[in-house]
Design a protein around this ligand. Structure first.
Ligand code: ADP
Ligand code: MG
Length: 259
């Protein structure tokens, strides 16, 4: 065993409860310093919200966690793996344990609902076997979001809220240990947003997944999270429960709760 492996194995042993660990994360695009020493820990079974204004670096943060973006500096560990040390194959394998709900649903317009849901299973064929019957997985995922009847529809035939629910079904189809939600309620009316939040909670209860929710929607944060981190000026500026942050006397923190 080389030194690198020893270090990773050591970490996994010590931090069995840790699903995501980020230390001193720095990301810049030219002169635009987006993340300037961001830190966070997500524990097993926890729902954590990272809230930040538009353009504050929330999507950049998620991209660093799944290896789509290489940070300038810092340590990123997901499901016991040091992201910075993984090759493409190891990254793919890690991603098969993570469900994603991308900003704005991101369904494939030319595919039916069924084909959209089968996509991650085909992509991670090695975990399921090429001849695995996908339909039971697709149906269970769709039933979880109350949309079994949309199996053969095209995305264009669905409302915005239904699209988001299909995207949610797609995020859970591989039975992930961890789900990352990027702005799960953005662009939805308040009632539909509430339905999505309710589904997120049900899924978390049913499968016991850990969840990272990135949002600027304070209502979403209030309902869905046990703990929140406020991303301000590239750092984890404040942290606590919704109630604790709401009661803060810090004007920067208060600004998040003003309507
Ligand atoms: N690939 C990129 N190249 C250059 N700038 C980027 C890139 N991705 C994000 N940015 C910049 O980083 C900042 C944060 O973006 P983002 O993480 O998308 O914000 P949000 O918090 O709204 O998700 C923005 O100023 C954005 O313009
Ligand atoms: Mg974003």
């Amino acid at each position: 065993m080389n030194l690198e492996q020893e270090r990773i194995v050591g970490k996994t042993k010590v931090d069995d409860d840790v699903v995501i660990k980020i230390e001193d994360l720095h990301v810049s695009f030219g002169d635009n310093h987006v993340l300037k020493g961001f830190n966070m820990v997500l524990k097993k079974g926890e729902n954590l919200v990272v809230m930040g204004k538009s353009g504050s670096g929330k999507s950049v943060l998620i991209k660093c966690m799944v290896g789509l973006l290489t940070p300038d500096r810092g340590y990123v560990e997901v499901l016991g793996k040091d992201i910075g040390t993984l090759d493409q194959h190891a990254l793919d394998e890690l991603r098969s344990h993570i469900g994603f709900l991308f900003q704005g649903s991101a369904l494939y317009d030319s595919m039916t609902v069924r084909e959209n849901l089968e996509f991650p299973m085909r992509r991670h064929r090695n975990r399921f076997g090429a001849d695995q019957d996908t339909l039971p997985y697709v149906m269970e995922a769709l039933e979880n979001v109350g949309l079994a009847h949309t199996l053969d529809l095209m995305p264009a035939e669905l409302s915005g809220g239904m699209k988001r629910r299909v995207a949610l079904a797609r995020a859970i189809i591989l039975r992930p240990k961890l789900i990352m939600y990027d702005e799960p309620t953005s662009g939805l009316d308040p009632i539909t947003a509430k339905e999505i939040i309710e589904l997120m909670r049900n899924i978390q209860k049913k499968y016991g997944t850990s969840a990272l929710i990135i949002t600027h929607d304070v209502d979403c944060a209030r309902v869905v999270s046990e703990r929140m981190i406020l991303l301000v000026d590239g750092t984890n500026y404040a942290e606590g429960t919704y109630g604790e942050l709401l009661a803060s006397s810090n004007p920067m923190v208060n600004a998040f709760f003003k309507k």
